[in-house]
Write a protein that binds this ligand. Structure first.
Ligand code: TYD
Length: 148
């Protein structure tokens, strides 16, 4: 079933990188290499040392994170397992499908996190409570098992 995403569906993606003596260019175009249409772009910056962001999952929204500058960690959780990714290269994206709980932490000074979102901002998309998140994925899992 399409909605049963796990942390194995969270993927690091190499973005195109054009290098010459004048510096580097990395780019993203509609449909590649991101498996959804980007409907919103936002970025996090001036995150004070020790702060954590995220702490939620999205019902259907997919995202990609890119460390445009500096570094930070993205800890992902599918209700069963967790995994931590360090992002510190502006030519690598981290793709998160929907229904993955995430937390961003360990921001270095002056880090900038670019986020490419599959949907416009909507409070309806957020699951902000971890036990609600577990309930949601367990309901989906039960439905999935009953369909087989
Ligand atoms: P939130 O998604 O909770 O932050 P994070 O996951 O990065 O810790 O968003 C923080 C606040 O900003 C919240 O009040 C909603 C608002 N916001 C928007 O209005 N539009 C946006 O595109 C985003 C990402 C947040």
């Amino acid at each position: 079933m399409k909605n049963m995403n796990t942390i194995n569906d969270v993927k690091l993606l190499d973005l195109p990188k054009i290098s010459d003596v004048r510096g580097n260019i990395t780019f993203i175009e509609a449909g590649r290499p991101i498996p959804y249409t980007i409907q919103r772009v936002y970025w996090m910056y001036d995150v004070p040392g020790g702060e954590t962001r995220g702490g939620h999952a999205f019902k259907t929204l997919k995202e990609m994170f890119i460390a445009l500058s500096g570094s930070f960690n993205v800890v992902v959780d599918d209700g069963y397992n967790t995994k931590s990714f360090t992002l510190n290269r502006p030519y690598i994206g981290l793709y998160l499908p929907n229904l993955i709980w995430r937390r961003l932490e360990n921001f270095s000074t002056n880090s900038v996190c670019l986020v490419l979102s599959s949907l416009p901002y909507s409070t309806e998309e957020y699951i902000r409570n971890y036990s609600n998140y577990l309930d949601t994925i367990n309901i989906l899992k039960d439905k999935h098992e009953n369909n087989h």
